[in-house]
Design a binder for this molecule. Structure first.
Ligand SMILES: C[S@@+](CC[C@H](N)C(=O)[O-])C[C@H]1O[C@@H](n2cnc3c(N)ncnc32)[C@H](O)[C@@H]1O
Ligand code: SF4
Length: 380
């Protein structure tokens, strides 16, 4: 599979499914409680309209110029797309040129009984991302999850039985009342399952969530640092390579779709609230769909693309690329922003003198990664 960091023509497709069984108190993703009368067929028809319009507007011309080019990745995210019937995903996939692509489905273990993993595989999904979050049942309850740790393990086992050979496990750390030992115990249990990929996110309190209104007691900074250092050492010793701030992979198993985001490649975003980014004629366009599922379904193509002002481009690029442990080449910066490297050279030089970035690539040092926010501020 092509490494998006090396291929300037990389193209991803994000498909958003905006419903969940129940809203988790920490989550600010565009997700709404699923109702009995949610019409999946109607949502599929809206997605198809959205896809056809965006394909024509952005991708058709580029794909016609380079006939070998296909979508490198398709990502069904949410919300909880594992509430979506497999045959509906298949119908949508049949319209998308994506031969050889990584096709991911986010799975909440609480929905693993709904549809068979074999059906998702037959529908064309070849990678699963399972939202474990923790393996401690009291912690899962505190996080408002609809599943227990055993259900996560069962979902994982069934996914393997169905033949999935590329699985990510999402875990969070810095959880309410969490000790270093408890965070490491979560990681050990994820490691014991031997997934190809682990995402290890620090819990953040997002505005307008239930946790923002009624904040739980989180570990203090010194403890957070201890958890982070011990967790990174454990993952490295067990053979998962850190390639992005929160992403760890077995060799060759990095998430291609997320690499497209982090390397500032192009992607279309369809579905309620979905974002897209596309470069055309040295301009960068961003799209966003209506977030309310009902309004989105009424008019799935609503919303004109907005051009990113050139002043913003360097910052936007760095906010993505500097999350990658190896960064990207300096040529990639020029290719994907249409700004010359020499125009940011003075800022870069200043950062390099402070030991925060490397001189040969567009990448932070270990110190720069630790103070990433300060590095990014220079591009404001
Ligand atoms: C959009 S969710 C999709 C997964 C699926 N809906 C689930 O929860 O099982 C993607 C991941 O983001 C992470 N996440 C969501 N909110 C977070 C927060 N406030 N802080 C840190 N990680 C968060 C969780 O690990 C979650 O699995
Ligand atoms: S299941 Fe996932 S997307 Fe849905 S509310 Fe919980 S964290 Fe957010």
């Amino acid at each position: 599979m092509t490494d998006p960091r090396l291929d300037n023509r990389v193209l991803g497709l994000y498909v958003h499914f905006p419903w969940c069984i129940k809203k988790c108190p920490y989550c600010d993703f565009n997700s709404h409680p699923l109702k009995d009368n949610t019409d999946q067929e109607a949502y599929l028809q809206a997605l198809r309209k959205d896809w056809q319009q965006q394909y024509k507007a952005f991708a058709a011309q580029r794909l016609a110029q380079t006939p070998s080019q296909q979508f490198n990745s398709v990502f069904f995210g949410g919300g909880t797309p594992s509430l979506f019937r497999p045959e509906l995903l298949q119908q949508l996939l049949s319209e998308i040129p994506h031969q050889g692509a990584e096709v991911t489905l986010e799975v909440n273990p609480g929905t693993a009984e709904y549809y068979g993993f074999s059906d998702y595989r037959e529908a064309g999904i070849n990678r699963l991302s399972i939202g474990a979050q923790s393996f401690a049942d009291p912690q899962l309850a505190a996080l408002g999850r609809v599943h227990c740790a055993d259900e996560t393990r069962q979902a994982y086992a069934r996914a393997r039985q169905a033949g999935f050979s590329n699985i990510n496990i999402d875990l969070m750390w810095g959880l309410p009342g969490q000790s270093v030992e408890a965070a490491l115990a979560d990681l050990r249990q994820a490691i014991a399952l031997q997934p190809e990929h682990i995402s290890w996110y620090q819990l953040t309190i997002e505005a307008k969530t239930e946790f923002a209104l009624r904040p739980p007691i989180l570990p203090k900074d010194a403890l957070l640092q201890e958890i982070e250092e011990a967790g990174l050492a454990l993952l490295a010793a067990a053979g998962w390579q850190r390639y992005e701030v929160s992403a760890f992979a077995k060799p060759g198993k990095q998430c291609q779709h997320n690499l497209t985001y982090w390397s500032f490649g192009d992607y279309l975003g369809i579905g309620a609230g979905a974002h897209g980014k596309f470069s055309r004629d040295a301009k960068l366009l961003r799209t966003q769909r209506r977030t309310q599922p009902r309004l989105y379904q009424q008019d799935p193509c609503n919303g004109e693309p907005v051009s990113v002002v050139p002043d913003q481009l360097a910052l936007e690029f760095m906010m993505n690329a500097l999350r990658l442990i190896d960064g990207v080449s300096q040529d990639t910066f020029a290719e994907r922003t249409h700004i010359t490297w020499s125009s940011i050279e003075p800022i870069w030089q200043g950062l390099a003198e402070q030991g925060l970035v490397t001189t040969d690539r567009c990448a932070t040092t270990a110190l720069g990664l630790r103070y990433l926010d300060s590095v990014l501020e220079r591009f404001l």
